[in-house]
Every structure is written in C-alpha cells, then in structure tokens.
Write a protein that binds this ligand. Structure first.
Ligand SMILES: [Zn+2]
Length: 343
C-alpha cells in the first residue's frame, strides 16, 4: 500500500490567522496532515485558539491530530509540565536511590485524573481527527547511555502507588531489581492509562483515530530499553492504538537501522490490523546531502509505511533545535513528500 498521509508537527497554536498562512505553506510542501504539539501550558492558556486553529486546518483540507506533547514529562518533548510545577508529590521514584525524578508517575491517582480530564476536554471542545501519544515512557534515571537510550541498572517507578499496586497483584513487596514480574507490571500499567484515556476520548468522539508512537528501540535479544512500551506487539494490539508509530532516527545511524526499524514497525502494525506510521527528523540534524531525505522517505514508502511524518514545520527554524539549514531541510521534506505521493 502506498503512502496515504504526509504530515508535519507544528508549534504555532496562538493566532488562527498566522496558522492559516503556515497551513498553506504546509500544503505547498505536500503535507496532507498536521500534528499540533500541545504542551500543558498551551492546552490551558490557548484553549480558545486551539479550537479555531484546528477548525482552520480542517477547512483547508488537512487532517489534524492533537499531540499530548511532554505532558507530565511522561510523553516526550521539551516543554515543562504544569502538573509537576503544581504538585510536589506524585513523581516517579528511582528504584535504586529512592529519590523522586522530575516526571509524573502516571499510576498516581492525581496524575491519572489530571490527564483524563485534559483528554476529555480536548475531545469535547476540539474537532480534531485524532490524538497522538508522543513517545510515552517511564523516566530513565540518569546514567543511561547508548545509541537510543540504552541499558542501565536503575529504573523507575518505585513510588508508593506503584509499590502498593505491585504488592496487591503479586502478594510481595516490589523488588528493587527489574525482574520479569516488575517488567510485566510496568508494561501493563503503562498501557492501562493510555487505554483508559482512549476509552474516554472515544466515548465523546467515537471516530477519533489514536496514534501510539513509541521509541524506535532496538528491542533485541541482548538489549531492551525498558521504557514500558518496548513490547511492540503489546502496544499495537492494545485499545490505545489505531495506528502504530515509531519515532525519529538520527541521520548519523546506519541506513540498515532505518530499514530494520521500519520493517519491524510495518510488520507489527499488520500483525495487529492497525495502521503504520514512521517519522523523519526534520529538525536538529540533517543529512550532509539533503537529497537523502527523499531516499529515506522512498525507503519507508517501499517498505509499506502508510503515514509519514516529520518533526517539525520549517526544520525547527528559530528554535534551539533548528537544523543547521532548517529552511532548506524543510524544502527537502516537502520535495520528498511530493515524490512519495506521486505528485
Ligand atoms: Zn509510580
């Protein structure tokens, strides 16, 4: 199946007239979809504009997704978390040191309530086509280092809520070591909150498409990264996933890695009858030869990816994470999209 959707993420949700101009630029760059990166602050402060910006995008023919960007620092992304600012507790806790980590524990009742309320408000007020779960993960206590995150000894979360829930299920105290039971428990809890949120969103807006985007982890016999979403089959078959998506890869990685991650993504999606999505890096880094962007997009298309996205609009121009030739990279993404769409 050919590529059916090409999109880009977008930070500009403040003024609808500006968004309209940018959406036209996206359409001119062969985008058929846009993903609004919504921080907790944006969702709270710009809530009226978000409604209008989404309406404008849809009017102009784009498919519009809402990205729960950086929320609780449980989802990936740079923005700070209002929840963490307003709650001294309810944090993930390091298993080895017992210290709190600057990430919300998504098993804590306070965070779950907060997240569900936020999803329900967006589902109620905003006419978007879908939600995007952006790299959800347990916090990795410092000390982890490898190509994509890596293996280490410490892990989270061993907070009072997680310990209580673990003991209720298994009948003994949660170990400090990452045993099979702990791994399974972490994975189950990690999916539970997404499944509950998906259920609440669909109860309000039944046709919502939910994209679950997990880290493009190695997941091999020797190395798994234990972010809680590393068992791709478990993620893809869950109720929290209509489209199975895997994240951006650095251009410095070998192309064989791009191929194997993409093959595994598409195979996993097909096995569970859901859509497939791959991401390209359209910020921060760029290949030496910008034509390679098109080669990678074509590789993804040839391997059967259905939805292709790049982070972010205009190569991150103006941000601290701008690609060195941000605007040229953006043009290269647009050209690559036109090619895979057969334009
Ligand atoms: Zn916890």
């Amino acid at each position: 199946m050919a590529i059916q959707e090409t999109g880009v993420s977008y930070y500009g949700i403040s003024h609808v007239e500006h968004a309209r101009r940018d959406f036209q630029e996206m359409i001119d760059h062969n985008c058929t979809a846009v993903l609004l990166a919504l921080s907790e602050f944006d969702i709270d402060f710009w809530r009226r504009s978000i409604v209008e910006v989404v309406e404008a995008g849809k009017e102009m023919g784009l498919t519009v997704y809402l990205d729960t960007w950086g929320i609780g620092k449980w989802f990936g992304g740079e923005p700070p978390s209002l929840f963490l600012t307003n709650n001294p507790g309810n944090r993930q806790v390091s298993a080895l040191s017992g210290e709190p980590i600057p990430a919300a524990c998504f098993n804590s009742p306070a965070f779950r309530e907060y997240f569900f309320e936020l999803c329900e408000r967006l589902a109620r007020d905003v006419q978007a086509d879908g939600f995007f779960w952006d790299e959800p993960h347990y916090a990795l206590p410092k000390g982890y280092a490898s190509i994509t995150g890596g293996a280490g000894d410490d892990w989270s979360c061993r907070c009072p809520y997680c310990r209580r829930d673990f003991e209720q299920r298994y009948g003994y105290e949660m170990p400090r070591q990452l045993t099979m039971e702990v791994k399974r428990f972490r994975q189950d809890r990690a999916l539970d909150i997404l499944e509950c949120a998906a259920g609440k969103i669909r109860a309000i807006r039944p046709k919502t498409k939910i994209i679950c985007c997990v880290h493009a982890t190695l997941g091999t016999y020797y190395v798994t990264e234990n972010r809680g979403y590393d068992d791709w089959d478990k993620v893809a078959r869950s109720d929290a996933c209509d489209v199975f998506s895997t994240t951006i890869l650095s251009y410095q990685l070998p192309r064989s890695f791009f191929k194997s991650i993409t093959e595994r993504t598409v195979e996993t999606a097909r096995r569970h009858g859901v859509g497939s999505q791959r991401w390209m890096m359209g910020y921060y880094q760029e290949p030496e030869n910008l034509d390679e962007v098109s080669d990678i997009a074509q590789l993804y298309a040839d391997l059967g990816v259905e939805s292709l996205f790049a982070w972010t609009y205009r190569g991150g121009h103006g941000t601290v994470l701008a690609a060195p030739r941000a605007l040229e990279l953006w043009d290269a993404v647009g050209k690559a999209y036109g090619k895979v769409l057969g334009r």
